[in-house]
Each structure stands twice: as structure tokens, then as C-alpha cells.
Design a protein around this ligand. Structure first.
Ligand SMILES: [Zn+2]
Length: 105
């Protein structure tokens, strides 16, 4: 009697071991499919960022008030009219000559 029970236990124990390699192969295939699907989604994101950058241009530096066009940012004192200064949180900086004028608080 004990020999028959031991054989039955061995069969039950052996059955799941045979299935394990099959499951592992199936999960690897699923992971590969997910990687392929994720690639096109990553490509779509940079397109929206590029559109925002293209909106900026020379027209963004001027404001039209009635019939006159006023400059939004100050011009460089060294380089003269035509050279706009970058507007930082605490200073204006000229990208042409490097002149920096700090904002008054
Ligand atoms: Zn300058």
C-alpha cells in the first residue's frame, strides 16, 4: 500500500514540473509583444513637443498696440536696436555679447 501512495505522489509532483517550462516560454512571448506595442507610443510623444517649439518666432518679441508695434523685451545696450535680451526670472541677458542687466525688485 505505501508503495502505491508514493507512486501517486510522485506523479502529482512530476506533473507541474513538466508544465513550468511551457508557462515560462509563454510569458516571454507576451513580454516581447508588449515591447513591440510600446515603441510606436513613444514616437508619438516628441511630435507634440516639437509643435510647441515651432510656435515661437520673431513675432513673439513684438506686441501690436493700435497702429504701433512695441517690443516685449528690452534691446541690448551694447549691441543696439535689433538685439533682444533674454528674459530670465531675475535678469535680462544678451545672447550676442553676453551683457546682463539685473531686474529691480
Ligand atoms: Zn549685446
Amino acid at each position: 500500500m505505501p508503495t502505491k501512495k508514493d507512486k501517486a505522489k510522485e506523479e502529482v509532483a512530476a506533473a507541474p514540473k513538466k508544465e513550468e517550462p511551457k508557462k515560462a516560454v509563454a510569458t516571454e512571448e507576451k513580454v516581447e509583444e508588449k515591447k513591440v506595442e510600446a515603441k510606436p507610443a513613444k514616437v508619438e510623444k516628441p511630435k507634440a513637443e516639437k509643435k510647441k517649439k515651432q510656435e515661437k518666432g520673431a513675432h513673439a518679441l513684438y506686441k501690436i498696440e493700435g497702429e504701433k508695434a512695441t517690443r516685449v523685451r528690452p534691446t541690448c545696450e551694447r549691441c543696439g536696436i535689433g538685439y533682444f535680451m533674454a528674459d530670465h526670472h531675475n535678469r535680462f541677458t544678451c545672447g550676442h555679447c553676453g551683457f546682463t542687466r539685473y531686474k529691480a525688485h
